[in-house]
Design a binder for this molecule. Structure first.
Ligand SMILES: Cc1cc2nc3c(=O)[nH]c(=O)nc-3n(C[C@H](O)[C@H](O)[C@H](O)COP(=O)(O)OP(=O)(O)OC[C@H]3O[C@@H](n4cnc5c(N)ncnc54)[C@H](O)[C@@H]3O)c2cc1C
Length: 319
């Protein structure tokens, strides 16, 4: 076990995804404007920066405008904007010629990695935070003791005055699949690219079931169809139909900062009701471009008289 208790960090960030990357930029700005000297350290369990690496599918695009990058809306003059990334990469004009607000996820991952690289001295990669304990003097918590572990089992303990937890979501595999946990044939989309390459589907008339009726399930269905020419893919979902996500302008205002300020202080049941009301912006819905793509694919199958992809609405896995 290695201890680093002597150094007390102003801020320890748990995870180094887009949330804490944006925080790293903001703290850096504060420090350079001398408003607040702050030395953050971010601890990230992945060995290097990747943004949802298991789903960096060729052909997948961002679902939000590139102007909602890590910093533009707060400070469009920042050197960490997506536009400056394009400029530094020598692609600004070409991107403009693409006439889109929605870069590919592969490009956006490269942008995020470009920013992450500039903060690498403040990140401990390959460490998972496993425990946090209060350090108490009298009645007061004076700091936090933060324990992390590497894949090889080494443990580090650090002291933090502030802790920012930005660990993202956790993959959810419903209990009905419990018996198959550990079977290489069952995998969550968060591991899709790695797992599908190892699944041995190449050149086989394999059958693959994709469970779910949202964006990731639909992306994976289309990807499997393109990736394995002989595979048969069944998309199984509870709803009556695959439904489009609502990104229309008035609805999209829910993501504005003042809307967040409005929702945050509401009592829990009111917050839940608001989130439910806006569910179709994000949950169990699919980008309409992708829906069109899948529909055309199914139609072309009918023209050719083959059934490689089949949809199973109103269906639930029970056993
Ligand atoms: C496939 C996919 C596509 C998406 N596309 C979009 C999109 O186009 N637009 C959009 O707005 N949102 C999109 N999202 C939503 C996504 O949640 C956000 O884009 C963004 O990744 C959230 O950033 P985050 O930093 O909060 O969480 P994450 O990106 O999940 O990052 C959390 C980080 O914390 C690390 N971590 C977790 N636990 C620990 C621990 N105990 N110790 C150390 N490190 C830890 C993880 O390794 C990870 O790197 C997408 C999500 C997915 C899964």
């Amino acid at each position: 076990m290695s201890h680093q208790l002597a150094i007390e960090h102003d801020v320890v960030g748990v995870g180094f995804g887009p949330s804490n990357l944006a925080l790293a930029i903001a703290l850096d700005e504060c420090a350079s404007r001398s408003r607040l000297k702050c030395a953050p350290l971010f601890v990230e369990r992945q060995p290097h920066f990747t943004w949802h690496g298991g789903m960096l599918l060729p052909g997948s695009d961002m679902q939000i405008s590139f102007l909602k990058d890590l910093v533009s809306l707060r400070d469009p003059t920042s050197p960490f904007t997506f536009v400056n990334y394009l400029h530094k990469r020598g692609r600004l004009l070409d991107f403009v010629n693409c006439r889109t607000f929605y870069p590919s996820r592969i490009e956006f991952n490269d942008y995020l990695r470009w920013v992450a690289e500039q903060f690498k001295s403040r990140v401990a990669y390959g460490e998972t935070i496993v425990a946090v304990e209060p350090v108490i003097a009298g009645q007061t918590v004076t700091s936090l003791r933060v324990h992390s572990r590497t894949l090889a089992g080494g443990e580090t303990v650090r002291l933090a005055r502030n802790l920012v937890v930005a660990v993202g979501g956790q993959p959810y595999v419903p209990p009905v699949f419990a018996k198959m946990v550990g079977d290489a044939r069952l995998f969550h989309t968060s591991r899709y690219l790695d797992a599908v390459e190892r699944a041995g589907l190449e050149g086989r008339a394999a059958r693959v079931a994709v469970i779910g009726g949202g964006q990731s399930a639909t992306e994976v269905t289309v990807d499997l169809h393109g990736r394995f020419a002989q595979a048969r893919i069944d998309l199984i979902f509870r709803g009556h139909a695959l439904k489009p996500s609502d990104s229309s302008p008035f609805v999209n205002e829910i993501f504005n900062p003042d809307y967040t300020d409005f929702i945050y202080p509401q009592p829990p049941e009111r917050r839940d009701a608001i989130v439910r009301n806006f569910r179709n912006t994000n949950y169990a819905v699919v980008d309409s471009d992708l829906l069109d793509q899948l529909y055309r694919l199914l139609y072309q199958q009918r023209v050719g008289g083959e059934t490689r992809v089949a949809l199973h609405p109103r269906s639930e896995i029970t056993e």
